[in-house]
Design a protein around this ligand. Structure first.
Ligand code: CA
Ligand code: CA
Ligand code: CA
Ligand code: CA
Length: 611
């Protein structure tokens, strides 16, 4: 507007007519009015700001070290996995005030009511940092003691294994030892978390059940070869079962040997360095080749044209010897090369009751003169392993029908649980406020439960969902043994130590579970007065008071001590007359003296000095 008037004034000054002088005077007056009114408006705005600024009265009443967040409590009803709701709501669990939510145990998590007993089996994979899928684990069970007291069928036909839910059947194969103190059972566990344990269950106690032992559902369809440390099994037998050139004999195996998952009870051992299982095969063949190996159902630790009727080189008792044990079967060859008795070699094949095969080559004279074929084969030209080019003296291989890792998980059978019976498992979702308590400034988390049980027969556990391995757990908590109730109100607090961050999702969610120890015959009632989660921090709380007549916005905080002079952005409002506690997880106070300044958007400063 000012520019327009000034342009008009210039225009009229250049004009010649008298009327233009009148207009110039009028425009000049308008110009003066506009300028003056702008100055008044500006002055008013300045006074308004100064006035508001003068109205602010911000005060810091205290500054202190803050060691934890407030409690984060249930925001919605608990999920009942196993258990009954009786009374109250989740809101009653938000404060320790003896207003509580009540639940009871319920029958649940039991595979089938026809089975009376089960034992938990803890699979321990803590020595292995990888999770395992469909992994064969050996479980050794004392079935004899259960059969003696009439709890299990004498043929172990009522054994069932379930996954960790206690419900889902998983495949098992009883390798050996039915009705003995060492019954070897292989279980194919669907998922075993990394560096952790998982509990599966073995059920029994149903006289009408028949066996579901199933080797094909447990062992792999084909062998895997593992290179293992050289090891020689000392020969015991002095009976040569294949004395001569291109000769051999059938040998009974002391157990059902599951070669490629098919049970074999005998093997033909030939002086030419192999064993065959198929009675129709050419049993004395010396014309070795890979093609021939592929077509034979055989083991060939060192298939070549050998003889066992001549000593030479390292061989002083030429022959094929068999040592029979209850769980393994050792065939030892001490041979010379046909046509060159000075070329000699000693080697072994060991067949194990679980289907494993081991080859050992001990030593040789003129090793490079031999032209053997080494491997194992199912004889269908598809399933075979050829290790001919790996041959060397002082060498061992292991062939497995199982998955393999160097530190295999172990298993331990726990105490018997009786059917019927009552369990409890509820879960709630809690949200840690990560905007106020950023992950980088949380030291750990605490979970506190205030509860009451009406019996003391079992322990109660607080667990949380581990977002990394995908299951509820208390691994890494400072307490993992649960809590024994007293019948009155009890506090049970756990600290998640440095493991806490696995239990918090990056959106702040932590899923907390309360569960019982085991199935039992007492239907326990559980009252939850309080369940909460809080973050442990090394932060600072600022007690602020807005004693002024206007609302204010805090925009920054300064912390000043002898070594530091730091500014932190802030952004929050305080109403007129409001007292507020402002917590910062990212500000740690020094133990020396310090000065705190809080600065408002309008530029006011409150100061606090520590003593
Ligand atoms: Ca021969
Ligand atoms: Ca129970
Ligand atoms: Ca109970
Ligand atoms: Ca309560």
């Amino acid at each position: 507007m000012l520019e327009t008037i000034i342009k008009l004034l210039k225009h009229f000054r250049n004009g010649k007519r008298g009327v233009s002088n009148v207009i110039v005077v009028m425009l000049s007056l308008i110009l003066v009015v506009v300028i003056v009114s702008n100055v008044i408006l500006w002055s008013y705005q300045m006074n308004q700001f100064d006035w508001e600024r003068m109205q602010e009265k911000i005060e810091i009443t205290n500054v202190a070290r803050e060691t934890h967040s407030p409690w984060f409590v249930a925001r919605e009803e608990y999920q009942l996995n196993i258990g009954n709701w009786v009374n109250g709501t989740y809101i009653d669990t938000q404060a320790a005030d003896e207003q509580y939510e009540e639940f009871t145990e319920a029958p649940g998590g039991w595979y089938n009511a026809s089975w009376i007993y089960r034992k938990p089996v803890v699979i321990n994979n803590t020595q292995n940092s990888n999770s395992l899928t469909d992994f064969q684990v050996l479980v050794i069970v004392d079935t004899a003691s259960l059969i003696t007291v009439g709890k299990m069928r004498s043929d172990c036909g009522d054994i069932r294994f379930t996954d960790s839910d206690g419900l889902t059947l998983i495949n098992y194969w009883i390798e050996s030892g039915i009705n003995s103190s060492n019954t070897n059972v292989w279980v194919k566990v669907p998922f075993i978390p990394a560096s952790s344990t998982i509990t599966i269950y073995m059920y029994y106690g149903n006289p009408g059940a028949t066996s579901l032992s199933n080797i094909s559902g447990v062992l792999e369809a084909t062998y895997t070869k593992i290179n293992v440390a050289y090891e020689w099994k000392t020969r015991i037998s002095t009976t040569d079962v294949a004395n001569g050139d291109d000769v051999g004999s059938w040998q009974g195996i002391t157990f059902d040997f599951p070669f490629w998952r098919e049970f074999k009870t005998r093997v033909y051992v030939c002086s030419n360095g192999f064993g065959v299982f198929d009675p129709t095969a050419s049993t004395n063949d010396y014309s070795n080749s890979l093609t021939e190996l592929q077509q034979r159902w055989k083991i060939a630790p060192f298939w070549d044209d050998l003889r066992t009727d001549t000593n030479g080189g390292i061989v002083t008792n030429a022959g094929v010897y068999v040592d029979k044990y209850s769980d393994h079967f050792v065939i030892t060859w001490e041979t010379t090369r046909y046509g060159a008795s000075g070329d000699s070699i000693k080697f072994q094949a060991i067949l194990y009751r679980n289907g494993d095969v081991r080859f050992n080559i001990d030593n040789a004279t003129n090793f490079s003169s031999f032209t053997p074929t080494l491997g194992i084969s199912k004889g269908n030209s598809v399933n075979y392993i050829d290790i001919t080019n790996e041959r060397a003296t002082g060498k061992s291989w292991l062939f497995l029908l199982r998955k393999y890792i160097p530190n295999e998980p172990t298993s331990m059978v726990g105490s018997e649980e009786t059917k019927g019976k009552y369990q409890f498992d509820i879960a709630g979702s809690f949200i840690v406020d990560l905007s106020t308590y950023p992950i980088g400034h949380i030291e750990t988390l605490e979970i506190v439960l205030r509860y009451r049980a009406n019996d003391t027969y079992e322990r109660w556990y607080v667990k949380a969902y581990n977002w990394i391995n995908g299951q509820y757990s208390n691994v890494g908590f400072n307490l993992t043994t649960g809590h024994i109730p007293t019948m009155g109100w009890d506090y049970y607090a756990v600290n998640l130590t440095t493991a806490w961050d696995s239990y918090v999702h990056n959106n702040g969610t932590i899923l907390v579970k309360l569960c019982d120890e085991a199935t039992d015959i007492n239907q326990t009632t559980i009252d939850i007065d309080f369940l909460g989660v809080r973050a442990i921090i090394d932060g600072t709380s600022f007690d602020l008071k807005n004693g002024g007549a206007t609302n204010i916005r805090i925009v920054s905080i300064w912390i000043i001590n002898s070594t530091d002079h730091k500014r932190y952005d802030a952004n929050f409002f305080m109403n007129s007359g409001e007292n507020a506690v402002y917590i910062r997880a990212d500000i740690s106070l020094s133990t020396d003296g310090f000065i705190v300044r809080v600065i408002t958007e309008r530029g006011n400063i409150a100061v606090f000095r520590s003593d």
